[in-house]
Design a binder for this molecule. Sequence first.
Ligand code: HEM
Length: 416
Amino acid sequence: MSSWQYIREEKRGKDAHFKTSFAQIIEVSLSLNFRRIAIQTGQVVSLSIDGFKLIWGWMIRQYVVEPLEHIDGLKDGDHIFLRLSSVGLNSFIRFVTTKLILTAPTMRSTVLLFICFTAVCALPPPNSPTVPTLDDFSKFAPKQDVQFPLPPTTLPSEFAWYEPDIRTQSRSPCPMLNSLANHGMLPRDGKNITADMFADALKKYLNVQWSFWWVVAQTAIQTVKPGAAAIDLHDLAMHNGIQHDAALTRNDRGQGQYFTRRNATLVQQLLKMNHGRSISYLHMARLRRLREGQSEAWNPNYSLPGQNIDSVALNKWFLAIDQAAVPLLVLSDNVPDKKENTGKVSVDRLSTFFNYERLPYENGWIPSRYELSGLQIFDGIRKVVSYYTSGPDVVRSPIGLRLTDGGPPSNSDPDY
Ligand code: HEM
């Protein structure tokens, strides 16, 4: 498949604009330092930044793909190289390269192209305003970061926790979103929730960065219900949408029914990762290894795409690592008078959270008075990744589950 004939670049000031029509799958490779982006149906993207693959689907679509206009002949599955704006030598070389690409390929232009392309790859990435950076989520969200009063330090009575009635209430495989709905911080029926509502609740009651979570929520909504403005929590159970195998506390879909609900044995396993003491990034990283090994052994259809794939649309492994890091960031204590938190969470807090899907106020937790930024979340993710890669490949279950025993008993409660 040729990468070259579908590129056009128009210089307008500092920005490079691309024109294309695309239907289903376009793979866009940033030729600069080989960062790769894949776009599937214009919705979901995985993008490598600093070695991490992120889902940026909605934002890439909105800010990169939609501005692309028509290029004749672009078809499903065609590969193009996308170049973002930059200045100086970088820009010049890319401009020349593009011109070459646009001319009918001859031997001479192909050789020149090769030389230019090599030169481009050798250059440092440009300081481009159009390359998404991790600290400007607000650029991609519809509003600037939204301010709310600090979250309550004690649980107001209007937010009392109730166990959901799953005949009428919708719940997800995410313990945090379920907790928020169980407290009435998201609609208690778990239905018809927009990205704004997700981001508002997360900011208001957990003090996390509104724009970051708006982008996450919008990406999730567009993944499980393309084109929808709102979803029910159960929509998030779509397997290999956001939901994936080898979850920390859920069985895999391939292991029988009731996979969206927490499995009590797996929660027990999580709580024992540090012999009953607080859980930190190291233990979460070990647990990730353990769960991946368990799923491989127990689920004949196991898959967790992403870790070794450059340009998949949905990187489940990255999501799984993220889901191991966020509870530590959100539920741990703040270091007094500093923005950081300890990244360690006591097992009683984790038990309340994972077993009952309740915010652990009763265990001395209060939401941070400092906003938890998207960048801090990436820091936490980096820590889990670094323990994951430097730790042992095989981790034993602290509660003695053996790979040969077929896995923990299935849930007796039906799925949400
Ligand atoms: C709009 C925001 C969010 C969305 C759409 C979302 C969605 C999801 C989904 C679909 C899963 C299922 C993964 C699976 O079982 O395969 C999940 C898992 C998880 N989520 Fe969320 N989530 C969000 C925010 C949060 C936040 C703020 C936290 C903070 C603690 C959180 C904590 C978790 C954890 C710990 C898991 C892993 C559960 C497990 O593997 O057992 N989520 N999330």
